[in-house]
Design a protein around this ligand. Structure first.
Ligand SMILES: [Zn+2]
Ligand SMILES: [Zn+2]
Length: 643
């Protein structure tokens, strides 16, 4: 009879077969009430699962990562049950768990409205309140196909048809409602206490745009109401910062459906910010010993055959275009272009390291459903660079790259990083010796800089180890931006060489690296990080001059000219509106400084300075203000007068 070993090593003997629920009860009534599922010798099972032989058993509750997944997954079923009770014509398809929640796709004749979502959520609460037991049943595959076709669920039948014929299919029944599922599930619907439906969107069946459009309902679920509330507050915060909304309110950029999805249009104010970002980036690179390159947007497909991209990166590339019976490829990467420039001359060991940077615009195929504002697009500009160096130069180059990376990110207001080193995967090109040396160099560089980092063993690309840098934004979200990637593959494929001291030919090491990642995505992150309140060095308008009456028109324009002549981005608002109205409007536009001029200021040659956060800095002469702004701009993201 079963001896059950618990995670703490203790054992319990039973003289009969026992369910997970029995074992939880035997440990204590509190655990019995909290038990959502069990883990038997590593395998997740329902609480009703019966153990009849010796096993290691853990009780899964809402405190465990798996428990949280079970809650979310079970809530997706609850959603589907509620939808089908309210809308019997809706067919169910799939309902997976995602970060922070779940979704469920339904085949339905129209989009669900916000009122529908409310009604569905109310129905879900009713079903949860009824505390319906959730029971597992098993069918043969063909029997299950027949069953689901019989109840008009053709999508489910199609999913099951993809499962091998000899496999048993598990179904879950709650009340009179049944869904196909591998499980496990909560023991009864009463365990689902803290959930909320968040949004609805269209999605293609099986993610394929030639298939029919389904209605996807998103929701979130948590073990208790407190955790749900905390998440909803965070969500609200993220929504308030949504770069798509702020981008529109501040007239920074747009995505034009007339031009196709995932293509970014930078409006004048967004373009001003981009120019500042680019100028800063170029200056930083030149100071760090880089040369700047420009390369074309298309090239013969044969180049991509040589690099291997048509082979291992095919799905990320657009179809080639034909010119003079030859195929040209829109570039998904800049790397091979930099290699061609390298190969344009015979290189000597004295030429190395060569550091070449380019703001290179690339085009990558993304499914339309995956596109998201500036965060996921089809055309974007990488802040790319390639370093060609000798083996013994790797360590110094990595240290220099890390310096440049952290300095640059700090200037944009990010100083909280999570860094990860990824090492050799099972399948890899290059000798063990070079992998060991290179990985040791990356590790040494991180240690030399006294940076905490995690190691993802085996997580490197097949062509080399890498370092990834994630930044944490103002509300604690992490974004992967910078990456430093060693490459033992391209130099081989392109037969790159340099002449060493002894006259022999050697292969250079190639390092790919990006600091910001993509300018478009980084801009999106910046907008959300600052909530559109860009520091003065980035702000598209650094100060706006507001007259109180038309008597100060001339004076206001003089100040504008003075400040513009010093390189500041300044505007004047001479509209015949109340000063309070003008202040409110430019505050909403997040202009860092509002310079109010009335008769008193015009007579005394001053401006009354207010910040967008409402602080009154008093009267300053134009020179005094310019001096303060200049100091602030020079300090970039690290210094602000204002906050
Ligand atoms: Zn399920
Ligand atoms: Zn590259």
């Amino acid at each position: 009879m079963p001896a059950i070993t618990l995670p703490d090593g203790s054992q319990r003997q039973f003289d009969h077969a026992v369910s997970i629920a029995d074992i939880a009860q035997d440990i204590g009534p509190g655990l019995a009430k909290a038990a959502l599922a069990g883990r038997v010798d590593g395998r997740l099972v329902d609480t009703a699962h019966v153990v009849d032989a010796d096993a290691r058993v853990a009780i899964v509750t809402g405190k465990d990562e798996e428990g949280l997944e079970i809650i979310r997954h079970s809530t997706a079923h609850l959603l589907a049950q509620a939808v089908q009770q309210l809308f019997p014509q809706a067919q169910v398809t799939i309902g997976p768990v995602i970060e922070n929640g779940f979704y469920y796709d339904f085949a339905f004749e129209r989009a669900f409205t916000p009122e529908d979502l409310e009604a569905i959520e109310a129905q879900m609460r009713k079903l949860a309140g009824a505390d319906l037991p959730v029971r597992r049943e098993v069918m043969q595959r063909d029997e299950a196909i027949e069953y689901f076709n019989g109840i008009g669920e053709h999508y489910k039948a199609e999913i099951i048809a993809d499962i091998p014929a000899d496999q048993q299919i598990s179904l879950y029944r709650q009340g009179d409602w049944v869904d196909l599922c591998r499980g496990p599930h909560v023991p009864s619907t009463g365990f689902l206490k803290a959930f909320k439906l968040t949004s609805v969107a269209g999605a293609y069946w099986r993610g394929n745009s030639s298939n029919e459009m389904l209605q996807r309902i998103y929701g979130t679920a948590w073990p208790d109401r407190k955790a749900l509330k905390k998440y909803l507050v965070r969500l609200e915060e993220a929504e308030r910062r949504d770069h798509r909304r702020i981008g529109k309110d501040l007239d920074l950029f747009s995505l034009q459906e007339d031009a196709g999805g995932g293509l970014v249009f930078w409006h004048p104010k967004g373009a001003r910010i981009r120019r500042v970002m680019e100028d800063f980036w170029r200056d930083q690179h030149v100071a760090a010993g880089y040369e700047l390159l420009y390369t074309p947007h298309i090239a013969l497909q044969t180049l991509w055959d040589t690099s291997g991209h048509t082979d291992f990166y095919r799905e990320g590339m657009y179809e080639p275009m034909v010119e003079d019976e030859r195929l040209y490829q829109l570039k998904p990467m800049n790397c091979p272009f930099h290699v061609l420039i390298y190969k344009n001359a015979l290189r000597s060991h004295r030429d190395l390291p060569m550091r070449w940077a380019e703001l290179g615009t690339v085009y990558r195929h993304e499914m339309s459903g995956a596109l998201h504002g500036l965060m996921r697009v089809r055309g974007f500009t990488q802040d790319d660079a390639h370093i060609f160096c000798r083996e013994e130069q790797i360590a110094d180059e990595i240290v220099a790259i890390l310096d440049l990376t952290l300095d640059t990110l700090a200037a944009f207001g990010f100083d909280d990083f999570a860094i990860e080193l990824s090492t050799r995967p099972e399948k890899a090109v290059g000798s063990d010796e070079i992998w060991d040396k290179a990985t040791a160099a990356l590790r040494a560089a991180l240690q030399a800089k006294e940076i905490d980092f995690a190691v993802d063993e085996g997580g490197g690309a097949f062509y080399g180890p890498k370092i990834d840098v994630k930044i944490r934004d103002a509300i604690g979200r992490q974004w992967q931006c910078s990456t430093v990637q060693l490459d033992f593959n391209l130099p081989e494929r392109f037969d790159m060489e340099y002449v060493a001291e002894d006259g022999a030919r050697h292969r250079p090491i190639m390092i790919h690296r990006a600091l910001l990642g993509s300018l478009e995505r980084f801009f999106g992150i910046l907008i959300e990080h600052y909530e559109g309140r860009f520091p003065a060095w980035l702000a598209p308008v650094q100060a706006v001059i507001l007259n109180i009456t038309d008597r100060q028109d001339k004076y206001a324009l003089e100040i504008e000219e003075t400040l513009k002549n010093q390189g500041f981005r300044v505007e004047t608002d001479l509209r015949n509106e109340k000063i309070g109205f003008k202040i409110r409007q430019h505050t909403l536009q997040r202009v860092p400084y509002l310079l109010v001029v009335g008769d008193r200021e015009a007579e005394s040659n001053t401006v009354a300075v207010r910040t967008r956060s409402g602080e009154d800095l008093g009267s300053l002469s134009t020179d005094e203000f310019a001096q303060r702004l200049r100091t602030e701009v020079a300090g970039r993201g690290l210094a602000t007068l204002e906050d």
